[in-house]
Design a protein around this ligand. Structure first.
Ligand code: SF4
Length: 383
């Protein structure tokens, strides 16, 4: 059996309600699950960490751990042997969607008031930011040692000269307590030389590149004022593939003009793109943004909690079992949040999503590839 994941060929947990499984085995939960477990065990055992790997990191048998989806915390603990904490780093980046290169004003939901020209120079030394972030985590959670990921978060973190990017990322990578990098960016902002740099870093430590896909529907992207289309995401993913770093997509749920079918089409597109991980975000409004004004004027209605929980369970059923789910919801600090208030309790949302999957007797990937005739859902047009 090959030591890499067969694209679109894995059914973790079988498909008892479907006609056939992805391995071509007639509907049989146990047969499919055994085959999958065997494959997982072999894959984990045969994956050499990092250099030259076909996949960015090994995958772990989350169903045997009693989970209903491939939770990020479980993945990191399996990979590193302990909890890995994230330290947010501000590299002083602005965004081409704010400074006029692509658009002005930024995305309607983005609180980008702090992306002033002065931030183009980093505010503080990256190492000092990491030290402060680690100290804050240790104070807050009583962590005594710990492993940390440096998360380049605010703005578009590949929007700068290559020498500046190299200096920032190298400084973070050299920090003695940093074991991984995560870099958030736009799909239209990764030149080949940037991807080369990220690939070079990924040969030394795990690197995750997070692309803001948000939706596959160009009409929604235009309404958000994203300044890029979905083809940009496809292009970024294809050019990133096989370079040794992880590819993570952000999916926005609850854009007011999108139906459940629209959202599910985007979920299947994430599955089709065959990425490593996904972050699911509910649409929320932050005071002072264009979206906040629309919400306050009654022009935009934000998704209710029950619908969000149900849709996320639907999405998880469509995602490949090997895709790590890094986030199930998001929120802003309560002092800036226009709404919805329900998103402030992320732990309760996660619990209710798990309960919804349990109520259905379902799990991540249950419907992945289980379309009519047992065919594989490998097209964004599918379903
Ligand atoms: S692309 Fe990202 S950083 Fe830029 S305006 Fe949109 S949400 Fe904000």
């Amino acid at each position: 059996m090959p030591a890499k994941w067969p694209r679109g060929r894995l059914c973790l947990g079988g498909n008892a309600v479907e006609r056939s499984c992805h391995w071509g085995i007639p509907a049989s939960f146990s047969a499919c699950f055994l085959k999958t477990s065997e494959y997982l065990a072999q894959t984990v055992a045969s994956t050499i960490p990092f250099p030259g790997r076909a996949r960015s990191t090994p995958r772990f048998d989350w169903r045997s751990a009693g989970l209903r989806y491939y939770a990020y915390g479980f993945h990191l603990k399996s990979l590193h042997g302990e909890k890995v904490w994230r330290v947010s780093v501000d590299g002083g980046f602005t965004c081409p969607n704010v400074d006029g290169r692509v658009a002005v004003g930024g995305c309607t939901f983005c609180d980008n008031r702090s992306f002033s020209p002065s931030r183009r120079v980093r505010r503080d030394d990256v190492a000092a930011q990491i030290d402060r972030g680690i100290a804050a985590l240790q104070r807050r959670y009583g962590v005594t040692a710990g492993k940390y990921t440096a998360y380049f978060q605010p703005g578009t973190n590949t929007y700068g000269r290559i020498d500046k990017l190299r200096e920032l990322f190298e400084t973070a990578a050299a920090h003695p307590q940093i074991i991984a990098l995560a870099i958030g960016t736009r799909p239209d902002c990764v030149e080949d030389e940037v991807l080369d740099l990220l690939a070079e870093l990924a040969r030394r430590l795990p690197v995750s590149v997070e692309y803001g896909m948000q939706t596959m529907h160009d009409s929604s992207l235009r309404a958000m004022n994203r300044g890029h289309d979905h083809q940009s995401t496809i292009d970024a993913v294809e050019r990133s593939r096989g370079r040794g770093f992880e590819i993570c997509l952000h999916l926005l749920i609850g854009w007011p003009t999108e139906s459940r079918d629209d959202v599910m089409a985007s979920a299947r597109e994430v599955a089709r793109l065959d990425v490593d991980s996904v972050k699911l975000h509910n649409l929320y409004a932050v005071d002072g943004t264009a979206l906040s004004e629309q919400v306050r004027a009654g022009e935009v209605r934000l998704l209710d909690r029950d619908t969000y929980v149900s849709w996320v369970a639907d999405i998880l059923e469509e995602l490949p079992p090997r895709v790590v789910v890094e986030r199930l919801s998001a929120h802003a600090p309560p002092e800036y949040l226009t709404g919805p208030a329900w998103c402030l309790d992320g732990a309760a949302i996660r619990r209710d999503i798990e309960l919804e999957l349990a109520r259905r007797g379902s799990w991540q990937g249950r419907r992945y590839g289980c379309r009519e005739g047992g065919g594989l859902a490998r097209s964004g047009q599918g379903g």
